[in-house]
Design a binder for this molecule. Sequence first.
Ligand code: SAH
Length: 359
Amino acid sequence: MTPLGEILARRIAAEGPMRLDHYMAACLLDPRHGYYTTRDPFGRGGDFITAPEISQMFGEMLGLCLAQVWLDQGRPAPFTLAEIGPGRGTLMADVLRAIHAVPGMAEAAQVHLVEASHSLREVQRARLAGHDVTWHESVETLPEAPLYLLANEFFDALPIRQFQRAGALWAERQVGLAGEVLTPGLAPPTPYAALAPRLADTRDGDVVEICPAAPAIVTAIATRIARHGGVALVIDYGHWISLGDTFQALKDHAPCDPFAAPGEADLTAHVAFAPLAAAARAAGARTSAMTAQGVLLERLGITARAQGLAQRLSGEALESHIAAHRRLTHPEEMGQLFQTLAIFPPYAPLPPGFDEASD
Ligand code: SAH
């Protein structure tokens, strides 16, 4: 058992089973033992590789998308260029480089990063040296100004609750103890008003997930965008509506038991996009349809960019560049598993590359 596992086992022995979201929050962000607070988990030596770490083309395409929106909305200056959950700062660095192609845009950008992990803030500080960066604990303190925001693999790291349907009731999944070992279990079934709509599209025994923190985060972002203009680009693996158990753990690039090594494995869940879109609309913003990452990147011109970069490469570097392009876009790799959503003001045109929402 890990040090955090021992702490959580003692807490459960004293206080009873823990909610899954509380367990996940402790595992990821415990100040002394949390996964993100104690390490840099990205890249080949870490537990997983994210899109911006695969290729600079990912950030360049999203940067061009932000640039077109900035031009479409009349070049507001100054504006907030923000990222939530910026990891190593690679995506923001690539975006800043890409927007330099647009006269006046980089000069008007004020960079704000929302990052809970203080060790990752140091990695970001080094990566973005030379830029004036403001860090935030939460989106609530982002400036009241036009907001151009990126969220790549952020929402999947937010703690979730899981409920298993039992007739018209729901049994919450929680973390208990079997001897001294952390083990998932079920609370007694009770009614949950918030899950009433799910009685229509689930069957007995089905698991549904909710992400309690997500709507408030989207509300804060969408309110600023509706009021001051801008756009938010959300990219993550997931579906429109949650169905089934998607809670997963990754350690050393391999899946593992999410209860086996608290604090030492990355814990995530698939993102349900419908609740994000609903919160954005309730705050007065418009949303795109959910659009596959591969489709979005193709429409933004990734293949032309890939061909341009390929001309300067040969041998192994060329092979890995071709593999990176495929990995980001191919439907059997990240192209379809990863989905995207744009949040933008009601008066502004649809951001480039996105599908129009059907209603
Ligand atoms: N966007 C990056 C990293 C994704 S990993 C990339 O694509 O490479 C998730 C990031 O979100 C990490 O930087 C993590 O420290 C941060 N994070 C997780 N939970 C958070 C929270 N509640 N508030 C702010 N940042 C959080």
